[in-house]
Design a protein around this ligand. Structure first.
Ligand code: ATP
Ligand code: MG
Length: 596
Protein backbone atom coordinates (compact mmCIF):
# COMPACT_ATOMS: atom_id res chain seq x y z
CA UNK A 1 0.00 0.00 0.00
CA UNK A 2 2.86 2.29 0.89
CA UNK A 3 4.37 1.82 -2.56
CA UNK A 4 1.10 2.44 -4.37
CA UNK A 5 0.40 5.71 -2.62
CA UNK A 6 4.00 6.81 -2.80
CA UNK A 7 4.27 6.25 -6.54
CA UNK A 8 0.95 8.01 -7.07
CA UNK A 9 2.17 10.98 -5.08
CA UNK A 10 5.44 11.17 -7.05
CA UNK A 11 3.59 10.84 -10.35
CA UNK A 12 1.13 13.57 -9.43
CA UNK A 13 3.99 15.88 -8.45
CA UNK A 14 5.88 15.15 -11.67
CA UNK A 15 2.85 15.70 -13.84
CA UNK A 16 2.09 18.91 -12.00
CA UNK A 17 5.59 20.28 -12.44
CA UNK A 18 5.82 19.20 -16.11
CA UNK A 19 2.46 20.65 -17.03
CA UNK A 20 3.19 23.87 -15.12
CA UNK A 21 6.54 24.28 -16.83
CA UNK A 22 5.11 23.51 -20.27
CA UNK A 23 2.35 26.09 -19.88
CA UNK A 24 4.69 28.72 -18.47
CA UNK A 25 7.26 27.95 -21.21
CA UNK A 26 4.66 28.15 -23.97
CA UNK A 27 3.35 31.48 -22.69
CA UNK A 28 6.84 32.88 -22.27
CA UNK A 29 8.00 31.85 -25.77
CA UNK A 30 4.84 33.08 -27.37
CA UNK A 31 5.02 36.29 -25.36
CA UNK A 32 8.62 36.92 -26.41
CA UNK A 33 7.77 36.24 -30.06
CA UNK A 34 4.78 38.57 -30.14
CA UNK A 35 6.69 41.25 -28.24
CA UNK A 36 9.53 41.06 -30.78
CA UNK A 37 7.15 41.11 -33.74
CA UNK A 38 5.23 44.10 -32.40
CA UNK A 39 8.46 45.85 -31.63
CA UNK A 40 9.66 45.33 -35.25
CA UNK A 41 6.52 46.67 -36.86
CA UNK A 42 6.18 49.57 -34.40
CA UNK A 43 9.78 50.53 -35.14
CA UNK A 44 9.13 50.34 -38.92
CA UNK A 45 5.89 52.32 -38.73
CA UNK A 46 7.39 55.04 -36.56
CA UNK A 47 10.36 55.29 -38.93
CA UNK A 48 8.66 55.18 -42.29
CA UNK A 49 5.92 57.60 -41.21
CA UNK A 50 8.42 60.49 -40.79
CA UNK A 51 7.48 62.69 -43.82
CA UNK A 52 10.95 64.29 -44.21
CA UNK A 53 12.56 60.87 -44.28
CA UNK A 54 10.11 59.56 -46.84
CA UNK A 55 10.67 62.71 -48.94
CA UNK A 56 14.44 62.16 -48.74
CA UNK A 57 13.97 58.58 -49.93
CA UNK A 58 11.79 59.70 -52.82
CA UNK A 59 14.24 62.30 -54.03
CA UNK A 60 17.04 59.72 -53.71
CA UNK A 61 15.01 57.44 -55.94
CA UNK A 62 15.12 60.07 -58.69
CA UNK A 63 18.87 60.16 -58.53
CA UNK A 64 20.56 58.38 -61.44
CA UNK A 65 22.39 56.28 -58.87
CA UNK A 66 19.20 55.71 -56.96
CA UNK A 67 20.16 52.52 -55.11
CA UNK A 68 23.41 53.99 -53.78
CA UNK A 69 21.61 57.17 -52.63
CA UNK A 70 18.91 55.16 -50.93
CA UNK A 71 21.53 53.01 -49.27
CA UNK A 72 23.28 56.14 -48.06
CA UNK A 73 20.11 57.42 -46.37
CA UNK A 74 19.13 54.03 -44.91
CA UNK A 75 22.66 53.32 -43.76
CA UNK A 76 22.68 56.63 -41.92
CA UNK A 77 19.56 55.49 -40.08
CA UNK A 78 20.71 51.99 -39.28
CA UNK A 79 20.33 52.57 -35.53
CA UNK A 80 16.71 53.80 -35.83
CA UNK A 81 15.84 50.85 -38.07
CA UNK A 82 17.48 48.33 -35.72
CA UNK A 83 19.67 47.00 -38.52
CA UNK A 84 22.37 44.55 -37.54
CA UNK A 85 23.98 42.34 -40.06
CA UNK A 86 23.08 39.19 -38.09
CA UNK A 87 19.34 39.07 -38.15
CA UNK A 88 17.90 42.29 -39.62
CA UNK A 89 18.87 43.81 -42.94
CA UNK A 90 17.47 46.20 -45.47
CA UNK A 91 17.51 45.73 -49.21
CA UNK A 92 16.91 47.91 -52.22
CA UNK A 93 14.92 46.01 -54.82
CA UNK A 94 14.13 46.94 -58.35
CA UNK A 95 10.45 47.71 -58.76
CA UNK A 96 9.95 45.65 -61.82
CA UNK A 97 10.94 42.14 -60.70
CA UNK A 98 11.71 42.66 -57.06
CA UNK A 99 15.31 41.57 -57.45
CA UNK A 100 17.66 42.80 -54.76
CA UNK A 101 20.07 45.40 -56.04
CA UNK A 102 21.78 46.11 -52.78
CA UNK A 103 21.82 44.95 -49.19
CA UNK A 104 22.85 46.46 -45.86
CA UNK A 105 25.02 43.41 -45.39
CA UNK A 106 27.65 43.53 -48.12
CA UNK A 107 28.57 39.88 -47.43
CA UNK A 108 25.16 38.73 -48.33
CA UNK A 109 24.37 36.71 -51.33
CA UNK A 110 21.75 38.81 -53.10
CA UNK A 111 19.06 36.24 -53.58
CA UNK A 112 15.66 36.70 -51.98
CA UNK A 113 12.50 34.68 -52.16
CA UNK A 114 9.44 36.73 -53.11
CA UNK A 115 7.58 37.24 -49.84
CA UNK A 116 3.89 38.30 -49.90
CA UNK A 117 5.02 41.81 -48.90
CA UNK A 118 7.47 42.03 -51.86
CA UNK A 119 4.72 40.84 -54.18
CA UNK A 120 2.46 43.56 -52.75
CA UNK A 121 5.17 46.19 -53.26
CA UNK A 122 5.63 45.11 -56.87
CA UNK A 123 2.01 46.08 -57.46
CA UNK A 124 2.68 49.45 -55.88
CA UNK A 125 1.12 48.62 -52.48
CA UNK A 126 2.93 48.90 -49.15
CA UNK A 127 3.65 45.40 -47.76
CA UNK A 128 3.06 45.33 -43.98
CA UNK A 129 1.60 41.90 -43.52
CA UNK A 130 3.03 39.49 -40.96
CA UNK A 131 2.56 35.81 -40.16
CA UNK A 132 3.60 33.66 -37.17
CA UNK A 133 4.21 30.76 -39.52
CA UNK A 134 6.95 32.54 -41.44
CA UNK A 135 10.41 32.28 -40.01
CA UNK A 136 10.99 35.94 -40.77
CA UNK A 137 9.14 39.29 -40.60
CA UNK A 138 9.42 41.92 -43.27
CA UNK A 139 8.22 45.22 -44.62
CA UNK A 140 8.33 46.12 -48.33
CA UNK A 141 7.70 49.74 -49.28
CA UNK A 142 7.66 51.03 -52.90
CA UNK A 143 9.56 54.35 -53.04
CA UNK A 144 8.66 56.35 -56.06
CA UNK A 145 10.32 59.58 -57.06
CA UNK A 146 9.55 61.58 -60.24
CA UNK A 147 11.32 59.13 -62.51
CA UNK A 148 12.73 56.24 -60.55
CA UNK A 149 10.95 53.65 -58.45
CA UNK A 150 12.58 51.25 -56.05
CA UNK A 151 11.41 49.00 -53.28
CA UNK A 152 12.87 49.41 -49.79
CA UNK A 153 12.66 46.07 -48.12
CA UNK A 154 13.48 45.43 -44.42
CA UNK A 155 13.64 41.82 -43.32
CA UNK A 156 14.28 40.28 -39.91
CA UNK A 157 15.00 36.54 -39.92
CA UNK A 158 13.95 36.15 -36.20
CA UNK A 159 17.39 34.87 -35.27
CA UNK A 160 17.46 37.01 -32.16
CA UNK A 161 14.10 35.80 -31.01
CA UNK A 162 15.08 32.20 -31.78
CA UNK A 163 18.26 32.62 -29.73
CA UNK A 164 16.29 34.16 -26.92
CA UNK A 165 13.71 31.40 -27.02
CA UNK A 166 16.45 28.78 -27.02
CA UNK A 167 17.86 30.37 -23.89
CA UNK A 168 14.41 30.51 -22.35
CA UNK A 169 13.88 26.88 -23.22
CA UNK A 170 17.13 25.93 -21.49
CA UNK A 171 16.12 27.89 -18.40
CA UNK A 172 12.74 26.14 -18.39
CA UNK A 173 14.34 22.71 -18.71
CA UNK A 174 16.74 23.50 -15.88
CA UNK A 175 13.84 24.77 -13.74
CA UNK A 176 11.94 21.62 -14.62
CA UNK A 177 14.80 19.38 -13.45
CA UNK A 178 15.18 21.33 -10.21
CA UNK A 179 11.35 21.21 -9.76
CA UNK A 180 11.38 17.48 -10.31
CA UNK A 181 14.07 16.95 -7.70
CA UNK A 182 12.19 19.16 -5.25
CA UNK A 183 8.93 17.33 -5.96
CA UNK A 184 10.64 13.99 -5.38
CA UNK A 185 11.93 15.18 -2.01
CA UNK A 186 8.51 16.65 -1.17
CA UNK A 187 6.75 13.44 -2.07
CA UNK A 188 9.06 11.54 0.29
CA UNK A 189 8.25 14.01 3.04
CA UNK A 190 4.52 13.84 2.27
CA UNK A 191 4.55 10.08 2.22
CA UNK A 192 6.20 10.11 5.63
CA UNK A 193 3.65 12.45 7.17
CA UNK A 194 0.63 10.93 5.43
CA UNK A 195 1.41 7.29 4.82
CA UNK A 196 2.93 6.45 8.24
CA UNK A 197 -0.32 7.24 10.15
CA UNK A 198 -2.32 5.40 7.49
CA UNK A 199 -0.03 2.40 7.95
CA UNK A 200 -0.49 2.37 11.72
CA UNK A 201 -4.28 2.66 11.13
CA UNK A 202 -4.11 -0.31 8.79
CA UNK A 203 -2.18 -2.39 11.33
CA UNK A 204 -4.71 -1.48 14.04
CA UNK A 205 -7.61 -2.38 11.74
CA UNK A 206 -5.96 -5.75 11.08
CA UNK A 207 -5.60 -6.35 14.83
CA UNK A 208 -9.28 -5.43 15.39
CA UNK A 209 -10.34 -7.74 12.58
CA UNK A 210 -8.58 -10.57 14.47
CA UNK A 211 -10.47 -9.64 17.64
CA UNK A 212 -7.56 -7.90 19.41
CA UNK A 213 -8.85 -4.71 21.04
CA UNK A 214 -5.98 -4.23 23.48
CA UNK A 215 -3.97 -1.50 21.71
CA UNK A 216 -5.11 2.05 21.04
CA UNK A 217 -3.51 4.11 18.27
CA UNK A 218 -1.90 7.32 19.50
CA UNK A 219 -3.41 10.45 17.98
CA UNK A 220 -0.43 12.57 16.90
CA UNK A 221 -1.97 15.26 14.74
CA UNK A 222 -5.17 17.27 14.70
CA UNK A 223 -5.67 17.14 10.94
CA UNK A 224 -8.03 14.85 9.02
CA UNK A 225 -5.80 11.83 9.70
CA UNK A 226 -5.80 12.66 13.42
CA UNK A 227 -9.60 12.87 13.38
CA UNK A 228 -9.75 9.58 11.46
CA UNK A 229 -7.45 7.93 14.04
CA UNK A 230 -9.57 9.23 16.92
CA UNK A 231 -12.75 8.04 15.16
CA UNK A 232 -11.15 4.65 14.60
CA UNK A 233 -10.26 4.37 18.31
CA UNK A 234 -13.85 5.29 19.27
CA UNK A 235 -15.21 2.80 16.76
CA UNK A 236 -12.97 0.02 18.11
CA UNK A 237 -14.11 0.78 21.67
CA UNK A 238 -17.75 0.77 20.62
CA UNK A 239 -17.22 -2.50 18.79
CA UNK A 240 -15.52 -4.04 21.82
CA UNK A 241 -18.39 -2.94 24.13
CA UNK A 242 -20.98 -4.27 21.71
CA UNK A 243 -19.12 -7.58 21.37
CA UNK A 244 -18.90 -7.84 25.18
CA UNK A 245 -22.65 -7.19 25.49
CA UNK A 246 -23.39 -9.80 22.84
CA UNK A 247 -21.07 -12.28 24.58
CA UNK A 248 -22.83 -11.68 27.93
CA UNK A 249 -26.24 -12.10 26.36
CA UNK A 250 -25.06 -15.22 24.58
CA UNK A 251 -23.72 -16.70 27.83
CA UNK A 252 -26.99 -15.91 29.60
CA UNK A 253 -29.02 -17.48 26.83
CA UNK A 254 -26.65 -20.46 26.69
CA UNK A 255 -27.14 -21.09 30.44
CA UNK A 256 -30.91 -20.90 30.03
CA UNK A 257 -30.69 -23.11 26.95
CA UNK A 258 -28.57 -25.76 28.69
CA UNK A 259 -30.59 -25.92 31.88
CA UNK A 260 -34.15 -25.49 30.68
CA UNK A 261 -36.38 -28.48 31.25
CA UNK A 262 -37.93 -28.25 27.79
CA UNK A 263 -35.97 -29.75 24.91
CA UNK A 264 -34.97 -27.36 22.11
CA UNK A 265 -33.61 -28.29 18.67
CA UNK A 266 -32.82 -25.82 15.88
CA UNK A 267 -32.71 -27.24 12.34
CA UNK A 268 -31.19 -25.47 9.35
CA UNK A 269 -33.12 -25.38 6.10
CA UNK A 270 -31.42 -28.54 4.84
CA UNK A 271 -32.72 -30.39 7.90
CA UNK A 272 -29.42 -30.77 9.74
CA UNK A 273 -29.23 -29.98 13.45
CA UNK A 274 -27.68 -26.59 14.26
CA UNK A 275 -28.24 -26.51 18.04
CA UNK A 276 -29.77 -28.71 20.67
CA UNK A 277 -29.83 -28.83 24.43
CA UNK A 278 -29.30 -31.79 26.80
CA UNK A 279 -33.04 -31.91 27.63
CA UNK A 280 -33.82 -32.67 23.97
CA UNK A 281 -31.36 -35.58 23.94
CA UNK A 282 -32.77 -36.89 27.22
CA UNK A 283 -36.35 -36.79 25.96
CA UNK A 284 -35.65 -38.31 22.55
CA UNK A 285 -33.23 -40.84 24.07
CA UNK A 286 -30.48 -40.44 21.45
CA UNK A 287 -27.35 -38.45 20.76
CA UNK A 288 -28.16 -35.45 18.58
CA UNK A 289 -24.46 -34.84 17.83
CA UNK A 290 -24.65 -37.85 15.53
CA UNK A 291 -24.52 -36.50 11.96
CA UNK A 292 -26.95 -39.12 10.69
CA UNK A 293 -29.72 -37.66 12.87
CA UNK A 294 -31.66 -34.91 11.12
CA UNK A 295 -35.16 -33.44 10.83
CA UNK A 296 -36.47 -36.29 8.70
CA UNK A 297 -35.17 -39.10 10.89
CA UNK A 298 -36.64 -37.41 13.98
CA UNK A 299 -39.94 -35.89 12.86
CA UNK A 300 -40.27 -36.86 9.18
CA UNK A 301 -42.89 -39.45 10.14
CA UNK A 302 -45.54 -36.89 10.99
CA UNK A 303 -44.52 -33.55 9.45
CA UNK A 304 -42.31 -32.06 6.78
CA UNK A 305 -39.88 -29.19 6.65
CA UNK A 306 -41.55 -27.60 3.59
CA UNK A 307 -44.92 -27.57 5.31
CA UNK A 308 -43.47 -25.89 8.41
CA UNK A 309 -41.48 -23.30 6.45
CA UNK A 310 -44.75 -21.99 5.01
CA UNK A 311 -45.96 -20.93 8.47
CA UNK A 312 -45.96 -17.20 9.18
CA UNK A 313 -45.08 -15.83 12.64
CA UNK A 314 -46.77 -16.17 15.18
CA UNK A 315 -48.18 -19.42 13.72
CA UNK A 316 -46.72 -22.69 14.92
CA UNK A 317 -47.50 -26.37 14.58
CA UNK A 318 -48.10 -28.59 17.60
CA UNK A 319 -47.90 -32.38 17.72
CA UNK A 320 -48.30 -34.88 20.52
CA UNK A 321 -46.26 -38.03 20.28
CA UNK A 322 -45.38 -40.87 22.60
CA UNK A 323 -41.65 -41.42 22.32
CA UNK A 324 -39.67 -43.65 24.70
CA UNK A 325 -42.88 -44.15 26.72
CA UNK A 326 -42.96 -40.41 27.37
CA UNK A 327 -45.84 -38.19 26.29
CA UNK A 328 -44.16 -35.36 24.40
CA UNK A 329 -45.75 -32.16 23.14
CA UNK A 330 -43.68 -30.90 20.17
CA UNK A 331 -44.16 -27.31 18.99
CA UNK A 332 -42.45 -26.25 15.78
CA UNK A 333 -42.11 -22.91 14.05
CA UNK A 334 -39.87 -21.47 11.35
CA UNK A 335 -37.29 -18.86 12.29
CA UNK A 336 -35.75 -16.41 9.90
CA UNK A 337 -32.09 -15.61 9.51
CA UNK A 338 -29.83 -13.61 7.29
CA UNK A 339 -30.30 -14.47 3.61
CA UNK A 340 -30.83 -18.19 3.14
CA UNK A 341 -30.13 -18.89 6.80
CA UNK A 342 -32.88 -19.68 9.29
CA UNK A 343 -34.78 -22.91 9.62
CA UNK A 344 -37.10 -24.67 12.05
CA UNK A 345 -37.13 -24.48 15.82
CA UNK A 346 -38.64 -27.40 17.73
CA UNK A 347 -39.53 -27.12 21.43
CA UNK A 348 -40.26 -30.42 23.15
CA UNK A 349 -42.29 -30.40 26.34
CA UNK A 350 -42.62 -33.53 28.48
CA UNK A 351 -46.29 -33.83 29.45
CA UNK A 352 -46.06 -37.37 30.85
CA UNK A 353 -46.33 -36.22 34.45
CA UNK A 354 -49.11 -33.80 33.62
CA UNK A 355 -51.05 -36.54 31.87
CA UNK A 356 -50.46 -38.92 34.73
CA UNK A 357 -51.62 -36.44 37.34
CA UNK A 358 -54.66 -35.54 35.21
CA UNK A 359 -55.45 -39.23 35.09
CA UNK A 360 -54.87 -39.60 38.84
CA UNK A 361 -57.07 -36.60 39.55
CA UNK A 362 -59.88 -38.03 37.42
CA UNK A 363 -59.52 -41.39 39.15
CA UNK A 364 -59.45 -39.72 42.54
CA UNK A 365 -62.65 -37.74 41.93
CA UNK A 366 -64.36 -40.88 40.64
CA UNK A 367 -63.19 -42.81 43.71
CA UNK A 368 -64.28 -40.11 46.16
CA UNK A 369 -67.74 -39.86 44.61
CA UNK A 370 -68.05 -43.62 44.59
CA UNK A 371 -66.88 -44.03 48.20
CA UNK A 372 -69.23 -41.34 49.45
CA UNK A 373 -72.20 -42.53 47.41
CA UNK A 374 -72.16 -46.02 48.94
CA UNK A 375 -72.72 -44.95 52.57
CA UNK A 376 -75.20 -42.28 51.53
CA UNK A 377 -77.24 -44.83 49.57
CA UNK A 378 -77.14 -47.20 52.53
CA UNK A 379 -78.18 -44.52 55.00
CA UNK A 380 -80.97 -43.39 52.75
CA UNK A 381 -82.38 -46.86 52.10
CA UNK A 382 -82.26 -47.83 55.78
CA UNK A 383 -83.79 -44.53 56.84
CA UNK A 384 -86.56 -44.87 54.20
CA UNK A 385 -87.33 -48.40 55.36
CA UNK A 386 -87.56 -47.09 58.94
CA UNK A 387 -89.87 -44.27 57.90
CA UNK A 388 -92.09 -46.48 55.75
CA UNK A 389 -92.50 -49.54 57.99
CA UNK A 390 -94.99 -49.10 60.78
CA UNK A 391 -94.71 -52.24 62.81
CA UNK A 392 -91.03 -53.11 62.70
CA UNK A 393 -89.74 -55.18 65.59
CA UNK A 394 -87.75 -53.09 68.06
CA UNK A 395 -84.48 -55.05 67.74
CA UNK A 396 -84.61 -54.81 63.95
CA UNK A 397 -85.21 -51.13 64.21
CA UNK A 398 -82.15 -50.85 66.44
CA UNK A 399 -80.12 -52.84 63.96
CA UNK A 400 -81.15 -50.49 61.17
CA UNK A 401 -80.24 -47.47 63.24
CA UNK A 402 -76.85 -49.06 64.05
CA UNK A 403 -76.19 -49.48 60.32
CA UNK A 404 -77.05 -45.82 59.76
CA UNK A 405 -74.66 -44.79 62.58
CA UNK A 406 -71.87 -47.04 61.16
CA UNK A 407 -72.33 -45.70 57.66
CA UNK A 408 -72.22 -42.11 58.84
CA UNK A 409 -69.06 -42.94 60.87
CA UNK A 410 -67.58 -44.35 57.69
CA UNK A 411 -68.44 -41.18 55.83
CA UNK A 412 -66.91 -39.08 58.57
CA UNK A 413 -63.74 -41.19 58.38
CA UNK A 414 -63.54 -40.81 54.62
CA UNK A 415 -64.06 -37.07 54.83
CA UNK A 416 -61.46 -36.79 57.61
CA UNK A 417 -58.94 -38.83 55.62
CA UNK A 418 -59.56 -36.72 52.53
CA UNK A 419 -59.08 -33.55 54.55
CA UNK A 420 -55.78 -34.90 55.91
CA UNK A 421 -54.59 -35.76 52.41
CA UNK A 422 -55.63 -32.42 50.98
CA UNK A 423 -53.76 -30.65 53.81
CA UNK A 424 -50.68 -32.69 52.98
CA UNK A 425 -51.07 -31.91 49.29
CA UNK A 426 -51.42 -28.19 49.81
CA UNK A 427 -48.53 -28.19 52.30
CA UNK A 428 -50.78 -26.85 55.03
CA UNK A 429 -50.50 -29.91 57.29
CA UNK A 430 -48.40 -28.56 60.12
CA UNK A 431 -46.59 -31.29 61.97
CA UNK A 432 -46.15 -30.64 65.67
CA UNK A 433 -42.66 -31.89 66.31
CA UNK A 434 -41.84 -32.94 69.85
CA UNK A 435 -39.68 -35.48 71.60
CA UNK A 436 -41.62 -38.58 72.64
CA UNK A 437 -41.07 -42.20 73.56
CA UNK A 438 -41.39 -44.44 70.53
CA UNK A 439 -41.61 -47.60 72.60
CA UNK A 440 -44.50 -46.12 74.60
CA UNK A 441 -46.42 -45.27 71.44
CA UNK A 442 -45.91 -48.81 70.11
CA UNK A 443 -47.18 -50.23 73.40
CA UNK A 444 -50.21 -47.90 73.42
CA UNK A 445 -51.22 -48.88 69.91
CA UNK A 446 -50.69 -52.55 70.78
CA UNK A 447 -52.95 -52.19 73.83
CA UNK A 448 -55.58 -50.36 71.80
CA UNK A 449 -55.76 -53.13 69.20
CA UNK A 450 -55.55 -56.01 71.62
CA UNK A 451 -59.29 -56.17 72.28
CA UNK A 452 -60.10 -55.90 68.58
CA UNK A 453 -57.66 -58.72 67.81
CA UNK A 454 -59.15 -60.91 70.49
CA UNK A 455 -62.64 -60.27 69.08
CA UNK A 456 -61.39 -61.43 65.68
CA UNK A 457 -59.89 -64.53 67.26
CA UNK A 458 -56.26 -63.55 66.70
CA UNK A 459 -53.16 -64.14 68.78
CA UNK A 460 -51.05 -61.01 69.35
CA UNK A 461 -47.57 -60.71 70.78
CA UNK A 462 -45.36 -57.72 71.56
CA UNK A 463 -41.59 -57.59 71.76
CA UNK A 464 -39.94 -54.21 72.31
CA UNK A 465 -36.19 -53.73 72.78
CA UNK A 466 -35.21 -52.19 76.09
CA UNK A 467 -34.14 -48.58 76.38
CA UNK A 468 -35.39 -47.41 72.99
CA UNK A 469 -34.50 -43.73 72.59
CA UNK A 470 -37.06 -40.94 72.39
CA UNK A 471 -37.58 -39.71 68.89
CA UNK A 472 -38.44 -36.29 67.47
CA UNK A 473 -41.66 -36.15 65.49
CA UNK A 474 -45.41 -35.57 65.48
CA UNK A 475 -46.55 -38.05 68.10
CA UNK A 476 -50.22 -38.31 67.13
CA UNK A 477 -49.39 -38.65 63.40
CA UNK A 478 -46.80 -41.37 64.06
CA UNK A 479 -49.34 -43.22 66.26
CA UNK A 480 -51.84 -42.88 63.38
CA UNK A 481 -49.30 -44.64 61.12
CA UNK A 482 -48.59 -47.42 63.62
CA UNK A 483 -52.32 -47.91 64.26
CA UNK A 484 -53.10 -48.20 60.55
CA UNK A 485 -50.42 -50.82 60.00
CA UNK A 486 -51.52 -52.84 63.02
CA UNK A 487 -55.23 -52.48 62.17
CA UNK A 488 -54.48 -53.65 58.64
CA UNK A 489 -52.81 -56.75 60.07
CA UNK A 490 -55.86 -57.41 62.24
CA UNK A 491 -58.24 -56.64 59.39
CA UNK A 492 -56.56 -58.85 56.80
CA UNK A 493 -55.77 -61.86 58.99
CA UNK A 494 -58.46 -64.50 59.22
CA UNK A 495 -59.62 -65.91 62.52
CA UNK A 496 -57.08 -68.10 64.27
CA UNK A 497 -54.09 -66.27 62.84
CA UNK A 498 -51.40 -64.56 64.76
CA UNK A 499 -49.79 -61.13 64.72
CA UNK A 500 -46.41 -60.36 66.16
CA UNK A 501 -45.44 -56.77 66.87
CA UNK A 502 -41.76 -56.01 67.40
CA UNK A 503 -39.90 -52.74 67.88
CA UNK A 504 -36.21 -52.00 68.04
CA UNK A 505 -33.35 -49.69 67.18
CA UNK A 506 -31.18 -49.47 64.08
CA UNK A 507 -28.34 -47.13 63.25
CA UNK A 508 -29.77 -43.64 64.06
CA UNK A 509 -33.24 -45.11 63.60
CA UNK A 510 -36.03 -46.91 65.42
CA UNK A 511 -38.35 -49.39 63.77
CA UNK A 512 -41.61 -51.24 64.34
CA UNK A 513 -42.41 -54.45 62.51
CA UNK A 514 -45.88 -56.00 62.28
CA UNK A 515 -45.89 -59.55 60.96
CA UNK A 516 -49.20 -61.34 60.41
CA UNK A 517 -50.22 -64.73 59.12
CA UNK A 518 -53.01 -63.17 57.03
CA UNK A 519 -54.16 -63.33 53.45
CA UNK A 520 -51.06 -61.64 52.09
CA UNK A 521 -50.78 -59.27 49.12
CA UNK A 522 -50.17 -60.50 45.53
CA UNK A 523 -46.79 -59.25 44.19
CA UNK A 524 -48.44 -57.26 41.36
CA UNK A 525 -50.44 -55.23 43.90
CA UNK A 526 -47.54 -54.54 46.20
CA UNK A 527 -46.30 -51.37 44.42
CA UNK A 528 -49.81 -49.89 44.48
CA UNK A 529 -50.98 -50.38 48.06
CA UNK A 530 -49.73 -46.88 48.96
CA UNK A 531 -51.90 -45.31 46.22
CA UNK A 532 -55.02 -43.47 47.25
CA UNK A 533 -58.15 -45.63 47.42
CA UNK A 534 -56.19 -48.67 46.32
CA UNK A 535 -57.40 -51.91 47.80
CA UNK A 536 -56.41 -55.38 46.74
CA UNK A 537 -59.84 -56.84 47.23
CA UNK A 538 -62.34 -53.99 47.13
CA UNK A 539 -65.34 -55.94 48.36
CA UNK A 540 -63.54 -57.57 51.24
CA UNK A 541 -61.80 -54.38 52.26
CA UNK A 542 -65.00 -52.36 52.15
CA UNK A 543 -66.84 -55.01 54.13
CA UNK A 544 -64.27 -54.59 56.84
CA UNK A 545 -64.63 -50.80 56.72
CA UNK A 546 -61.50 -50.01 54.72
CA UNK A 547 -61.36 -47.13 52.23
CA UNK A 548 -57.85 -47.63 50.87
CA UNK A 549 -56.64 -44.26 52.16
CA UNK A 550 -54.90 -45.47 55.34
CA UNK A 551 -51.53 -46.52 53.85
CA UNK A 552 -51.29 -43.54 51.52
CA UNK A 553 -51.76 -41.19 54.50
CA UNK A 554 -49.27 -43.28 56.53
CA UNK A 555 -46.72 -43.09 53.72
CA UNK A 556 -47.10 -39.29 53.46
CA UNK A 557 -46.57 -38.91 57.21
CA UNK A 558 -43.50 -41.19 57.30
CA UNK A 559 -41.91 -39.44 54.30
CA UNK A 560 -42.37 -36.10 56.07
CA UNK A 561 -40.41 -37.59 58.97
CA UNK A 562 -37.67 -38.79 56.60
CA UNK A 563 -38.52 -42.37 57.39
CA UNK A 564 -39.90 -45.18 55.26
CA UNK A 565 -42.34 -48.10 55.19
CA UNK A 566 -41.34 -51.44 53.65
CA UNK A 567 -43.55 -54.46 52.89
CA UNK A 568 -42.87 -58.13 52.40
CA UNK A 569 -45.77 -60.36 51.66
CA UNK A 570 -46.67 -63.83 50.43
CA UNK A 571 -50.22 -64.59 49.38
CA UNK A 572 -51.86 -66.96 51.83
CA UNK A 573 -48.94 -66.84 54.24
CA UNK A 574 -48.88 -63.40 55.63
CA UNK A 575 -47.49 -59.90 55.46
CA UNK A 576 -44.69 -58.11 57.27
CA UNK A 577 -44.72 -54.32 57.34
CA UNK A 578 -41.86 -52.32 58.81
CA UNK A 579 -41.86 -48.63 59.69
CA UNK A 580 -38.43 -47.04 60.12
CA UNK A 581 -38.03 -43.52 61.57
CA UNK A 582 -34.95 -41.42 62.26
CA UNK A 583 -34.11 -40.57 65.86
CA UNK A 584 -32.63 -37.17 65.05
CA UNK A 585 -34.60 -34.10 64.12
CA UNK A 586 -35.85 -34.68 60.59
CA UNK A 587 -34.82 -32.01 58.13
CA UNK A 588 -37.60 -30.97 55.87
CA UNK A 589 -36.35 -30.92 52.32
CA UNK A 590 -37.06 -27.77 50.41
CA UNK A 591 -35.28 -28.34 47.13
CA UNK A 592 -32.35 -30.11 45.57
CA UNK A 593 -29.34 -29.38 43.50
CA UNK A 594 -28.07 -31.39 40.66
CA UNK A 595 -24.66 -31.26 39.09
CA UNK A 596 -24.63 -31.79 35.35
P1 ATP B 1 -58.24 -47.77 55.64
O1 ATP B 1 -56.88 -48.07 56.19
O2 ATP B 1 -58.30 -46.46 54.96
O3 ATP B 1 -59.32 -48.02 56.59
P2 ATP B 1 -57.63 -50.02 54.03
O4 ATP B 1 -57.00 -50.70 55.18
O5 ATP B 1 -58.37 -50.85 53.05
O6 ATP B 1 -58.50 -48.80 54.46
P3 ATP B 1 -54.96 -49.27 53.41
O7 ATP B 1 -54.59 -49.31 54.84
O8 ATP B 1 -54.46 -48.13 52.61
O9 ATP B 1 -56.51 -49.35 53.19
O10 ATP B 1 -54.47 -50.59 52.73
C1 ATP B 1 -54.57 -50.72 51.33
C2 ATP B 1 -54.77 -52.13 50.90
O11 ATP B 1 -53.60 -52.91 51.14
C3 ATP B 1 -55.83 -52.80 51.66
O12 ATP B 1 -57.08 -52.60 51.14
C4 ATP B 1 -55.41 -54.28 51.54
O13 ATP B 1 -55.92 -54.82 50.39
C5 ATP B 1 -53.91 -54.23 51.46
N1 ATP B 1 -53.30 -54.54 52.80
C6 ATP B 1 -52.78 -53.63 53.64
N2 ATP B 1 -52.23 -54.27 54.72
C7 ATP B 1 -52.42 -55.60 54.51
C8 ATP B 1 -52.08 -56.77 55.26
N3 ATP B 1 -51.45 -56.70 56.39
N4 ATP B 1 -52.42 -57.98 54.72
C9 ATP B 1 -53.05 -58.05 53.53
N5 ATP B 1 -53.40 -56.99 52.79
C10 ATP B 1 -53.08 -55.78 53.28
MG1 MG C 1 -55.80 -49.59 56.63
Amino acid sequence: MKRGLHIKLVLIMLLLIISLMTVVGAFLIRGVLSFYTNEFYNQMISFFSIPEFVADLRSAADDPDGPAKLDEILSANKGALGINSGSRNYYILDSEFGNPLLSSDPQENLVLEKSPNILAALTGEEGWSSSYTQNYMDVALPISGQVGTYIVYVRDNKQTVADLNMELFQIIVEALIIGLVISLLLSFLLSKTMITPIQSLTRAAERVSHGDFTKKIEVQTHDEIGVLTQTFNNMAKQLKDTLNDIENERNKLMTVFLHMTDGVIAFSRDGSIMHHNPAAERMLGLSLDDKSVNFNTLFGGFTSMDELLLLKSPEYAEYERNINSMDLEISMAPFSGYGEQGGILAVIHDVTQQKKSDELRREFVANVSHELRTPITNIRSYAETLVDSEDMPADMEKNFLRVIVNESDRMTKIVQDLLTLSRFDSGKADLNFESFSFSLSVKNIYEAMLLEAKKSGLEMSLEVENNLPDIFGDKSRIEQVLLNILSNAVRYTPEGGSISVRAGRGKNTVWMEVADTGIGIPPEDLPRIFDRFYRVDKARSRASGGTGLGLSIANDIVIRHNGNISVESTVGKGTTMTVTLPIETPVQQTGHFRRV
